[in-house]
Design a protein around this ligand. Structure first.
Ligand code: SF4
Length: 245
């Protein structure tokens, strides 16, 4: 992780806070903030993905990532897209639509909940499904948390899947990736989307009480990708910047 990405993590507007006053920040945050050697780490990760039948591609910045996506995805392909701050920051849906790709866009203004759900379902069957990960281990495992499960469905069933992730998503191991997703990314997403969860107010996960009807739990389904069977189906574009949560 380079110094700039590390600085961006520290400047996040909302961070999970410890339960008691004076306690140290959650371990996941300190693990994430540790600077690590950029070159060797990225090369090692891409090699680890190779062994898992996942194609890893490194882009130095957002602009390169956009170019790479436009290069990989044919203009005639249909696209499913998951809710993702990373993808929003790239503005990739707009770019793809502008050149003629059809996007099953569940976020189009004016859609009813039923229409939005139907587009999510169709998007999961698209030629390409775009998403981001909540945590990535150095061995290459990819962690995804989901509320409705459509993202998990898209990743599992779309003909091609491209995961775009900033360097801030890297963690030392699977345990830390899961911890990051639960204790860092999800509270930020609850805050962003105004979800009624225990972590909404203070950023602390209390999963034991995060149940219906008192709360509307966000992290309901979890997917861990260890490897991919179909050649060329799963690609990860790793961006040398901090992106999303
Ligand atoms: S289980 Fe509930 S409190 Fe914990 S991170 Fe998920 S949504 Fe937040």
């Amino acid at each position: 992780m380079d110094a700039r990405a590390d600085k961006l993590i520290h400047s996040a507007a909302f961070k999970p806070r410890p339960k008691g006053r004076g306690k140290k920040a959650p371990r996941s945050v300190s693990i994430l903030s540790k600077p690590r050697p950029k070159g060797r780490g990225v090369e090692g990760l891409i090699k680890n993905w190779q062994k898992r039948n996942i194609l890893g591609l490194y882009c130095r910045n957002k602009e390169e990532a956009i170019d790479k996506l436009l290069e990989i995805i044919p203009p005639s392909a249909t696209i499913g897209i998951s809710g993702s701050v990373t993808l929003d920051q790239l503005g990739i849906a707009r770019r793809l639509e502008a050149r003629g790709n059809f996007i099953f866009n569940q976020y189009k203004p004016g859609l009813s909940p039923q229409e939005s759900l139907e587009l999510r379902r169709q998007g999961a069957q698209a030629d390409y499904y775009l998403t981001s990960s909540n945590g990535i281990s150095e061995k290459g495992e990819l962690v995804f948390f989901s509320g409705f499960g459509q993202r998990i469905c898209g990743i599992a069933s779309a003909k091609n899947v491209i995961v775009v992730a900033g360097m801030n998503k890297l963690t030392p191991n699977l345990e830390a990736a899961l911890k990051r997703a639960r204790e860092y990314a999800t509270p930020l997403n609850c805050k962003r989307l105004n979800w009624n969860t225990p972590c909404f107010k203070d950023g602390i996960c209390r999963k034991e009480i995060c149940l219906f009807p008192e709360y509307r739990r966000m992290c309901c389904q979890i997917l861990v990708i260890e490897a991919e069977v179909a050649p060329d189906r799963l690609k990860v574009i790793l961006v040398g910047e901090s992106m999303g949560f």
